[in-house]
Ligand binder design. Sequence first.
Ligand SMILES: *Cc1c(COP(=O)(O)O)cnc(C)c1O
Length: 347
Amino acid sequence: MNIEKLVRPNILRLTPYSCARDEFKGKSANVFLDANENPYTLQPKLNRYPDPLQENLKQEISRVKGVPASHIFLGNGSDEAIDLVYRIFCEPRVDNVVAIAPTYGMYEVSADINDVEYRPVLLDDGFQLNADKLIAATDERTKVIWICSPNNPTGNCMKREEIIKVLTKFQGIVVLDEAYSDFTQERPFRYELDQYPNLIVLNTMSKAWGCAAIRLGMAFASPEIIALYNKVKYPYNINILTQQQAHEVLHNLPKVQQWLTTICTERAHLVPSVAELPLCKRVYPTEANFFLAEVTDADRIYHYLVEHGIVVRNRNRVALCGNCLRITVGTPQENCELLSALRQYKA
Ligand SMILES: *Cc1c(COP(=O)(O)O)cnc(C)c1O
């Protein structure tokens, strides 16, 4: 596997921006007059540029995620980790990418922004991944395949053997988005990085970790791919407030574990309760903190819920998701309110 051959020539040639904090790698210093910062500030540290490579935070994430720090890139949400894949590997109007469909919308939006052809391949029955179909959609200009497991908006995990088939047969980058891996018993692929040099696994602090507002996404990959990410990213892409708050959550793991347990228990109650309602045709199996429900009239029920102050995601216009609502598992109180509103709905 030759990763370099997949990289855009301008990125290979690129001399990255060298910031003040990169340049000074000497002994400890306590007078910093190198970055034109203000020595005065309202709050300690906020006057200083943050660590461009977030070494301390990566050490902690490494311990929790079981991935060496050298295999970690941190981004301004997964959104940054997604966008950079295009900027590193895909020549606009020349290269293309293949993705499962339906899936998370940002892969396509980011392709459009970067002027890269996006080739969606419909999932099989049961929203399953068919490796041969995905690979059949590739050609010599396909740089990336996008897979999401557990998948958004369907909620199910892709079959392990099929993911492995894509990883071993496809001679390009495979991005596997595991944003929801904390909600499933499946073994995450981030532990298999050494076996698959073309694999990028995405994680986020926005879901299980309860930190959507701080915008912190992760890409796990070989050090070679991480070096490409670091070359292309904005110098100080993770601000210090985000880094501080991330440390805070990482020091409260029992709390996170408690949230996960509660959410999974709630999911186990909520899914069958929704499934038995007259307005519900079926709930698809889920291993995430949301579920996809096929209902009698998605548009009408969506607006009915909004009138009751409850917002769900209407996926009616998404391929294979006709008349489907995607519903996040909330607190016990919120789930009760949802169920009680749905029970009072008149067809
Ligand atoms: C919610 C979600 C994310 C998170 O994106 P952030 O930019 O990190 O908030 C990533 N991937 C999928 C599939 C998601 O559903």
